[in-house]
Design a protein around this ligand. Sequence first.
Ligand code: SAM
Ligand code: SF4
Length: 328
Amino acid sequence: MELKDKFGRKISYLRLAVTDRCNLRCKYCMPAQGIAIVPRKELLTYKEMYRIVRVLSELGVNKVRLTGGEPFVRKNFIHLLESLSFNNKLDQINITTNGALITNYISKLESLNINTINLSLDSLQKNKFAEITRRDVFEEVYKTLIALENSNLTVKVNMVVQSGVNTNEITDFIELSKTKNIAVRFIEEMPFNGKGQRHIKEVWNYNKILHHIQNYYPKVVSVKTEKTSTSHMYKIPDYKGTFGIIPAFTRTICNDCNRIRITATGMFKNCLFDGGVFNVRDFIRNGASDNDLKNLFIETVQGKPKNGFIAELNRTSKVSESMSTIGG
Ligand code: SAM
Ligand code: SF4
């Protein structure tokens, strides 16, 4: 038994949101006052998450990314990682974090064989960082970057390219990859911010970001990546690290998509742009067996839309919810 959709795409990657809460208030992700967080009992418990991952891993999911909200905001997040690390069907356990709370956990993460940490960092300037995140924690996050770089974890830095805000730092981020063995990834901004599409004077999409970079670095070369990768990767010759661009909004990567998502409240999503397909939490709390779960997962991925545009068209509501509730 495996998870395959009607277009023949094999599903092997789960993005699981551990919480909808966050310690930052990034402007592109949520409003200043934050989002209406759900009561704690509506969040999946760690036991439920562990079980969902186990059942999915028996259907061929071998890679899990834990995200949120901010995963390290949830109490005892390390306990979840410990239990998942016993699942030998998983080849990779990865985490996406804002890095403000994790410096003390890095050696623990190494000992649990966590593979990749995606660190969100949108500015290398303290004041601008505070303006974007609405919190003054640049120093902590930068300290995390240095500590991660010195660890045996693979490090990716995610920078959301925000027109009129941080595009003048794109090359500074590439310079980070000169001496650091990291992958910097530029992400197209999407309207998942709690309000919907913001007014943008200049659209910074994949092509514009790439041309901007090529203007500065005519010697950019592309780097081969896995077919299912969300980013197209590049390198400046002689630089230690790499950089990539994620066409999150122009959605040119859907053909090779191998991902599903489960939100912090247990909503199953076949696509980032769909509105949620069914609630796994309620199904479990109503007494579903492992077999019931497996059958439901197999049936549900059949409805995976061909691409993010079709998913968006089929929604009943506009794309405007916060990434923090979806799990980025
Ligand atoms: N709090 C963690 C963090 O910031 O890394 C994990 C959750 S966050 C929602 C996951 C990723 O989604 C981050 O890299 C963040 O930059 C990205 N993200 C959030 N809102 C976005 C938006 N509107 N457009 C593009 N990326 C977004
Ligand atoms: Fe929090 Fe991450 Fe959203 Fe920023 S992007 S508000 S850190 S969930």
